[in-house]
Design a protein around this ligand. Structure first.
Ligand SMILES: [Mn+2]
Length: 424
């Protein structure tokens, strides 16, 4: 489904007076407003191919209608998001759910929408119909060498698919672990996993990165073989300079200080990428910023501080992706909200008065430190984000336009009411 420039222009025109009033007000209070707008225009957040359909829980799934039935339609949906917000210029594929049949045609379609291929994601957390050996008791950690070999070969195959698409990173998330005490020898599981990761690492092209994603629990409930950032960091350190830790916000135990984790990983040059979502209890996979936007801001505060300290490019040097599931909301609406929440938190982090914060920290002026952070957090930066988007050709209010043009209804008319996106 295509959205025309005229439709966006008309929408922006109808909101322009109100927008300019808000924008001028906030811009007048920010010394380096133009720099922030430039950074915002560059910042792109990848959309995972599995987030475009309705997700489900262990208990059920309630389809929303008009879901993409093929990889082509998934690319079309991300293209639509990117046309609206100009900040979703990449798609992250899940293998084997989204294997292209015709690579040249898929590349051409993505280019048509101005999309690049972000990290490719392997899958050893479920068995595929044509698979010889089962991952019921793990993949890279498995006691049986032949099963480990199958998992290694799958990951190498995913790299090969990614190479054909112009991707430059592999994300490995392992469901490996144990459900009961005594089931697993932790050290042996670690060593098997490390050996497998080494073989996969060897297959990486020279410019590629490998992201090792950790998760505290689920699907295994007693131990996970990549259970926290310490374990991920250990693997990444042992593997070499192309291996990094990937932080998924929902993969921590409750109340974990994720901003501190981010800060230290950046310090060590081992933070590779990010999966955004939000949660209240566990890996809830909720819309970014819907539960705890202050935590998101604090994380971005550390990201900006850490990246600037290392002279990193905010847009390019880390992998940014949403990893969420949409059980009750329209997936495209949810993704528009998530990208907006990320851009707002990023902007607020850019507003933090770094010099004043360092001075307050050096004076151990605890109240002032809090004031400086909250001054930035409580600034309404929505019009700044909208201005950046508008200058890039996007809509001032992407969600409002998506709704006004009845885009979901058009997708349902075209694709049908009872569609299920591949992999869901
Ligand atoms: Mn994830």
């Amino acid at each position: 489904m295509q959205l025309t420039k005229t439709e966006i222009d008309e929408h922006n025109k109808s909101l322009l007076v109100k927008h300019e009033h808000s924008f001028r007000f906030v811009a007048s209070q920010i010394p380096d407003c133009e720099k922030i707008i430039r950074l915002l225009q560059e910042f792109q957040i990848a959309i995972p191919s599995w987030a475009l359909g309705t997700g489900g829980t262990r208990f059920g799934r309630f389809a929303g209608g008009g879901e993409p039935r093929s990889l082509e339609e998934k690319i079309e949906d991300v293209g639509l998001l990117n046309t609206l917000n100009r900040a979703s210029g990449a798609i992250s594929l899940h293998i084997p759910w989204d294997i292209p049949k015709d690579y040249a045609a898929i590349m051409q379609l993505a280019a048509h929408y101005g999309l690049r291929f972000d990290a490719v994601n392997s899958n050893t957390f479920q068995d595929q119909p044509d698979q010889v050996y089962s991952y019921k008791f793990g993949s890279l950690q498995h006691i049986d060498k032949i099963i480990r070999k199958q998992a290694i070969e799958h990951n190498i195959g995913v790299i090969e698919q990614g190479v054909k698409l112009g991707s430059d990173s592999l994300t490995v998330w392992l469901a490996d672990g144990s459900c009961f005490p005594g089931q697993l020898n932790f050290r042996r599981a670690f060593e098997n996993t490390l050996d497998g990761l080494r073989e996969i690492y060897t297959a990486l092209p020279s410019h590629w990165k490998m992201y090792i994603e950790y998760k505290a629990f689920e699907p295994n409930f007693y131990s996970m073989s990549v259970g926290d950032w310490g374990q991920s960091y250990l693997y990444a350190s042992k593997l070499g300079p192309k291996a990094y830790t990937l932080v998924d916000l929902g993969h921590h135990l409750p109340h974990a200080n994720i901003e501190q984790i981010v800060s230290l990983l950046l310090m060590e040059g081992k933070l590779g990428g990010f999966h955004f979502n939000d949660s209240k209890y566990g890996d809830d996979d909720l819309t970014v910023g819907s539960i705890n936007p202050y935590q998101l801001f604090l994380i971005f505060n550390e990201l900006v501080e850490g990246m600037d300290t290392r002279g990193m490019n905010h847009a390019k040097d880390l992998g940014w992706m949403i990893d969420a599931s949409h059980n009750v909301k329209d997936p495209l609406e949810d993704l528009l909200q998530s990208v907006e929440a990320i851009l707002i938190a990023y902007t607020q982090a850019l507003l933090v008065d770094r010099n004043a914060l360092v001075a307050a920290q050096n004076e151990t002026d605890v109240s002032k430190c809090q004031e400086i952070l909250q001054q930035a957090y409580r600034t309404d930066v929505r019009s700044l984000v909208a201005e950046a988007r508008c200058r890039s050709g996007g809509a001032l209010q992407p969600l409002a336009l998506f709704r006004k043009l009845n885009m979901r209804k058009s997708l349902i008319t075209k694709r049908g009411l009872k569609t299920t996106a591949t992999g869901l």
